[in-house]
Write a protein that binds this ligand. Structure first.
Ligand code: KIV
Ligand code: ZN
Length: 518
């Protein structure tokens, strides 16, 4: 018997991107969307088009470019219950083979009072009108009563009824503030599933404020939910969203009890996780379930002994099923442009000529310093180039550092301002090499940016591994993340620092309209 499939609705590019400090450009979003299509998610929520021109452009590009066809993902866009939002979402989605408009409206008493100043009757009227309006554009409309789990129970059911009556084909129950507990949530979902009938899919969207997003989503599935909303690496507002990799692998590993499958190509999970880490600058904790670097590592002698005899002694999933392969050496400094392009294409990257040229130059620089590069190194280079070439205002042309323990560390940088192609040379001294490099960059760009957190990891093993630096930088009181990769840790740090500054400039240009009430 085939278990009934659960639809995976991925919101990495919408809710995931709302995590503090993340700001993805159109190119980065397209790269992630392509990978989500390879992962075979059912729906990609590509953005919230009314919030900014950048979001609109990204949704439009994804709707037009991501693979089409009967098995290709549906592209969704978010809209508040407001005509302007819905029209903008519909316009951005025009190019998609299959599209969904996702409308939401707060229903809990606290949201209604503090944010909307709307009565229950007004909420019901707005729900009806907005779902009807969205249906004029597409017959695939999802409705979410925001803060559902803190909404008065009977009122929530009324809102759901109205949404269904006016044409919602999916009713999503968001645990917006991660307040639900598995048992209660399961009971609520069973009641809603029973109420809406077979023609309407019940979905859940769980946040992780109490660390229960995956548990709540699984309980919802056990109680008849047909869709779960997830984000890669669990990123999203505050403590994040239900983690894609955890819920998918829980469904796969415990199919004996849950009896529900997904259509996810699980061997793409590790790669998707790495790409999202690379482009968002949000590192994954070492002990993160499924995709953390320790997820298949064994430290104690007893465990190592067991695993050497039979991996199943201490592993409930196969690393190969998630796509965690040993890093194989694929290219070195004698590899040519053709071999480089071929390897990238086998990895699924289709770069333009300019991007390929840039990535190849970067590859050559690194291959000169690091003798052999693996697929994982190549992914890191491409991700670095994709994020660097998006809408960057500044580019790091060169960096020199001198001094050390005996004399004060000094850094000299050359930064290019892309808008007018002007190069700026600056130097600074610092407490250490990284501090000096950041100081010189700060002077060159003329932006007061302060390093708040700093993390270094190796992309792969070995003494000549690429260093992968992720940082959080404070610009005008906002914490922005950045990432840089190089064989040289100071250069990786400088790249990460500058990438955070570029993101901060992008964020500054974003039109902030989301705080308006519908
Ligand atoms: O958390 C939430 O309630 C949301 C909705 C827009 C679905 O993200
Ligand atoms: Zn959310």
């Amino acid at each position: 018997m085939h278990p009934t499939a659960v639809q995976i609705f991925d919101t990495t590019l919408r809710d995931g991107e709302q995590a503090p400090g993340i700001s993805l450009g159109v190119k980065e979003k397209l790269e992630i969307a392509d990978q989500l299509a390879r992962l075979n998610v059912n729906t990609i929520e590509a953005g919230f088009p009314i919030t900014s021109q950048g979001d609109y452009d990204a949704v439009k590009a994804i709707a037009e470019d991501v693979a089409s066809g009967p098995d290709a993902p549906v592209i969704a866009a978010l809209a508040r219950c407001a005509r302007g939002d819905i029209d903008r979402a519909a316009s951005a989605l025009k190019g998609a083979a299959r599209s969904r408009i996702h409308v939401f409206l707060s229903t809990s008493e606290i949201h209604r009072r503090a944010m909307l100043r709307a009565s229950e009757d007004e909420i019901l009227a707005s729900t009806a009108e907005s779902v009807r309006h969205a249906r004029t554009y597409t017959d695939d409309v999802e409705f979410s009563p925001q803060d559902a789990t803190r909404t008065d129970h009977d009122f929530l059911l009324k809102v759901v009824d109205v949404a269904v009556e006016h044409g919602a084909t999916t009713v999503n129950i968001p645990d917006t503030v991660g307040y639900a507990l598995p048992h209660d949530f399961g009971v609520l979902i069973a009641e809603i599933v029973g109420r809406v009938g077979d023609d309407v899919a019940v979905s859940v969207h769980c946040h992780n404020d109490l660390g229960l997003a995956v548990a709540n989503s699984l309980e919802a599935v056990r109680n008849g939910a047909r869709q779960v909303e997830v984000a890669v690496n669990g990123i999203g507002e505050r403590a994040g969203n239900c983690s894609m990799e955890e819920v998918v692998m829980a469904l796969a590993t415990r199919a004996d009890l849950l009896q529900r499958s997904t259509q996810i190509t699980t061997t793409e999970i590790a790669r998707t996780s790495r790409l999202v880490t690379a482009l968002t600058g949000y590192p994954v904790q070492f002990n993160k379930a499924v995709v953390g670097r320790n997820a298949f590592a064994h430290e104690s002698g007893i465990h190592q002994h067991g695993v050497l005899q039979d991996r199943l002694t201490y592993e409930i999933m196969r690393a190969e099923d998630i796509g965690v392969a040993g890093a194989q050496i694929v290219l070195g400094k004698h590899s040519g442009r053709h071999a480089f392009a071929k390897q990238l294409s086998e990895l699924g990257y289709e770069l333009s000529d300019t991007e390929l040229a840039r990535a190849f130059t970067r590859f050559k620089e690194l291959a000169d310093r690091k003798v052999e590069l693996t697929d994982i190194d190549l992914e890191a280079i491409v991700a670095d180039e994709v994020s660097a070439s998006a809408d960057d205002v500044f580019e790091l042309e060169s960096l020199q550092v001198s001094g050390g323990t005996a004399s004060a560390p000094t850094a000299t940088v050359r930064v290019r301002r892309t808008a007018d192609n002007v190069t700026i040379d600056e130097s600074a001294m610092g407490d250490g090499m990284v501090d000096a490099a950041c100081g010189a960059i700060r002077r060159a760009v003329g932006i007061e940016a302060r390093l708040v957190t700093f993390n270094v990891a190796a992309v792969t093993g070995g003494i000549d591994a690429l260093g992968d630096v992720t940082v959080q930088v404070d610009v005008d009181g906002r914490h922005i993340s950045g990432r840089g990769v190089s064989t040289d840790i100071v250069e990786a740090s400088a790249r990460a620092f500058l990438s955070a500054i570029n993101r901060s400039v992008r964020l500054r240009h974003r039109v902030q309209t989301v705080t308006d009430t519908p």
